[in-house]
Design a protein around this ligand. Structure first.
Ligand SMILES: [Zn+2]
Length: 150
């Protein structure tokens, strides 16, 4: 099986499940104004559940799906963990070099030895955060106070 596709499917699965969770929570805690609105949300969940089933079928590995379900309940739905600089972002443990070799060069799924999540290689460039905004310019006419000198 093409693992690149498999991991893409798993990413999709994780996203769908997280979204379903959010909508279900909204249905539980928010009062919708009309029954029609509520019905609409329930239809969305139904559609997403169908999508999810199709996705699971296309993964086609019941053992894997069972493992994922366990991981989901343990980690609030986040069963995939990005690896950045050889560190599992899920548990912050260093991924041993032997596993990194598999992650980089093999098509097989690699699990974190510490937390058990499925590891996902992320290129560092994709994680670059925007530089923080420059500090606000000092207001005109008012000099910033000098720190006291001793
Ligand atoms: Zn981990």
């Amino acid at each position: 099986m093409d693992s690149k596709t498999l991991i893409d499917k798993l990413v999709n699965l994780q996203n769908i499940d997280l979204e379903i969770k959010v909508i279900q929570k909204e249905l539980t805690y928010l009062s919708y104004e009309t029954d029609a609105q509520r019905q609409e949300m329930e239809d969305v969940i139904k559609q997403m559940t169908t999508d999810r089933e199709t996705l699971c079928e296309s993964v086609g590995d019941k053992v894997l799906i069972a493992r994922i379900t366990k991981l989901q309940s343990r980690y609030r739905g986040l069963f995939l963990s990005p690896v950045v600089d050889a560190v599992c972002r899920g548990c912050r443990m260093t991924v041993p070099a032997s596993l990194m070799v598999h992650l980089v060069h093999s098509d097989a799924l690699v699990y974190c030895e510490n937390c058990g999540r499925i590891l996902r290689k992320i290129e560092a460039e994709k994680l670059l955060v925007k530089p923080p905004p420059p500090p606000p310019a000092p207001k005109r006419g008012r000099k910033p106070k000098k720190p006291p000198t001793f």
